[in-house]
Write a protein that binds this ligand. Sequence first.
Ligand code: BES
Ligand code: MN
Ligand code: MN
Length: 458
Amino acid sequence: MQDVLKHIDDNVDSRLEELIEWVRIPSVSTDPLHKDDVRTAAEHLVRDLKTSGITKSSIVETDGHPAVFGEMKGPKGSPTVLFYGHYDVQPADPLNEWDSPPFEPEIRDGKLYGRGVADDKGQVHTHLKAVESILKTAAELPLTVKFIIEGEEETGSTHLEELILTNKERLACDVVVISDSPMFSEESPSICVGLRGLAYGEVIVRGPKQDLHSGAFGGGVANPANVLSKILAGLHDDRGMVTVPGFYDDVVALTEAQGTAIRSLPFDEEKWLELTGSPSTTGEEGYSTLERIWARPTLDINGMKSGYTGEGAKTIIPAVAKAKLSARLVANQDPDVIIDLLEKHVRALAPPTVEVDFIRHHGGKPYLGPTDHPAFEAARRALKVGFECDPVEIREGGTIPVVSTFSEVLGVPCILMGFGLPDQNIHGPNENLRVNCYRGGTRSIAAFLYQLAETMGR
Ligand code: BES
Ligand code: MN
Ligand code: MN
């Protein structure tokens, strides 16, 4: 094991150069203009898996962007780890807010900057390179490793469930490992035991057949922007709770132990608030900030569009008003149920003076992982080896849609150990990954494979 760790430490710089070549490819999955780049990034990944020693690697087609599979067998009868990650990235705009171009990655002050370095190419890279270092220093892997790395996570993993269902045998494993989340802090490598889910919808309010002069017509017909504002304002009460009837019905409350685990974390609220740039924290009454963002469901407006927003004043009654809305969900809320409730409520709030359309976008289920599985203990020990300090148990507020699919279809737990940091700026400008976390992460993954082989070996 010491040889493996040394090999990882000795090769950080050259591997970051390899990672940079991959990050250069703008694999933006939402943007049809980048369709070929997404495929190029998948092909690049297959080559990287092969040079890392995972010789059985290939592209697997879906009805959308391709996925990449890989496999390398360990000793007969040893357990199997399935690594999941995504090679697609979010769009990079606003470009002028980046200190260096998003697809020309650069290392500054111990951090690698670029779109996708943390979400998720840099974290996937730790998996490949941990395996490579084992293969370069030991005779064989301590167990069997498999890879499934998709190109549609940022667009809701639309074709992944089907891919997993049709490849159940090929993906059979004892545990899934995912690195696509941040650590609690640089001093606290983390195992993430809960993720929130997502239900996403869009409301379109239509009034007049075209924009009207607000002097000539204003006051006589409904203004879609006024109406939409009123609908949206009606979605929360004064205590910060969501008013959609039935919204909280399936929410599982935190247990004593889970509450204690969250409260025992050394959370620096001031520092967290600074990251946001907001003047103050807020949220549902009766809950702490960490409870609000990890363990409580929310409903947010993600975008609004209506009327004239250019320079100066223009006096119109807009014909249309639109808003994008999404709810973050916790166990055991179901995105399909929640989106139904949301649509029903929005329609109930709308007056008959306008027409309302409701569009459903992709979603994802929440996830709560087991903490009593042997893989969880193996992860704790591995993170301690990798980062040389004690790990903590956290949850996260973001969504990885496929996590619940893995546990339902493959019947195995997912271990989420991510190596980002709270200031990693994923989805925003200046996305970054700390070099120390990349190194510690690679070490932890290598250590995990040995720990798991030991605890689950047959
Ligand atoms: N890696 C993130 C999820 C994440 C974010 C986990 C923050 C932990 C903390 C993932 O790539 C992502 O962005 N997911 C989307 C959902 C998806 C359906 C577009 C999200 O959470 O908005
Ligand atoms: Mn991600
Ligand atoms: Mn993302």
